[in-house]
Design a protein around this ligand. Structure first.
Ligand code: TYD
Length: 227
């Protein structure tokens, strides 16, 4: 007999470049696995073979300026592929899905950063990623002045050419950060603003606490895997 199975929890990590979200995502994934949960980690742009090709086009220097609408369309092409092929299948298997950036990054970067209308971005999400909405979004907050230096050094050390966004000026990142703050105010039931000034492991602890709190209302995963 097969019962109706709820989707696995979907958690996204957001923040300006260099906010430490990738490290924190890995900490959470490891802690969930240690607790016996199945976890899929993914990222945007990326997560699939097509998504990684688009990531290169989006993050590496471009031979001509990329117009904001084209940038947005490529972000959503990668996202649609990731939703359909990675995120939703994993959730249907009852797994936790942790995604490094999602549609909120488009609202912050292409919306607040580049000036694309919020309604356009939300419409694209509805059309291209129907039913794919995070249960919880952790916004790692840091002053762009501090985090960008970190992000640029990291790219330099890795010999990476993925620096198209890091090359933007301070005003761009202040708009991105303000958009994330605004999002946390607009959607307090889904979004948590996480202060990152504390040491890494303290931030990880705070995140664990937020995840436990947000998921407390849900049945344990083992109960939802009906057979
Ligand atoms: P990411 O790999 O998370 O960079 P970092 O680890 O430095 O934070 O994201 C790559 C860049 O892509 C980042 O500068 C933000 C940008 N981006 C958008 O502009 N819009 C989007 O929808 C997404 C998913 C990312």
């Amino acid at each position: 007999m097969t019962g109706v199975q709820a989707l696995g929890p979907f958690i996204t990590f957001e923040g300006v470049d260099g906010s430490g979200k990738t490290t924190q995502l890995h900490y959470l994934a490891e802690r969930l696995r240690a607790a016996g949960e199945a976890v899929t980690e993914t990222r945007e742009p990326g997560g699939t073979a097509l998504g990684n090709q688009l990531r290169q086009l989006l993050l590496e220097p471009s031979p001509e300026p990329i117009v904001p609408q084209a940038e947005l369309a490529m972000m959503f092409a990668a996202r649609a592929q990731n939703c359909e092929r990675v995120i939703q299948p994993a959730r249907r298997r009852g797994e936790w899905v942790l995604c490094d950036r999602f549609t909120d990054a488009s609202l912050a970067y292409q919306g607040a950063g580049r000036g694309v209308a919020r309604a356009t971005i939300l419409t694209l999400h509805e059309l291209l990623c129907p039913g794919c909405r995070p249960d919880l979004t952790l916004i790692l907050d840091v002053e762009p002045r501090l985090s960008l230096e970190r992000a640029r050094k990291r790219l330099h050390r890795a010999g990476s050419s993925e620096g198209r966004f890091e090359a933007e000026g301070a005003a761009f990142f202040e708009r991105v950060r303000a958009a994330y703050h605004n999002l946390a105010r607009l959607e307090p039931e889904r979004c948590r603003l996480i202060e990152t000034a504390a040491p890494e492991l303290e931030v990880a602890e705070r995140i664990w606490h937020e995840v436990a709190r947000a998921m407390a209302g849900r049945q344990p995963l083992a109960f939802r895997k009906t057979s």
